[in-house]
Design a protein around this ligand. Structure first.
Ligand code: ZN
Length: 74
């Protein structure tokens, strides 16, 4: 009896964990699409402050990715 309850509990949490991981992957993908198509790296500039990475490099990387994706730009 206890083993069955424990097995059901683990099964439910496994299902919930898979939904959470799926939701995080989808949100991460949407955030990446936002970064490439709309933000062009501006949100990540705060992460590179004080490092050797120039903010303009991030902007160019995301800007070029935007062109690679075929999004109308300039
Ligand atoms: Zn462009």
């Amino acid at each position: 009896m206890l083993a069955s309850v424990n097995k059901d509990f683990v099964g439910v949490w496994w299902i919930v964990a898979r939904w959470i991981v799926s939701a995080l992957l989808i949100l991460g993908g949407l955030f990446l699409v936002y970064l490439v198509l709309f933000d062009q790296g501006a949100s990540l500039q705060a992460l590179t402050e004080g490092t050797a990475v120039q903010p303009s490099y991030l902007h160019e990387l995301f800007h070029d990715s935007r062109h690679l994706a075929g999004v109308a730009c300039h």
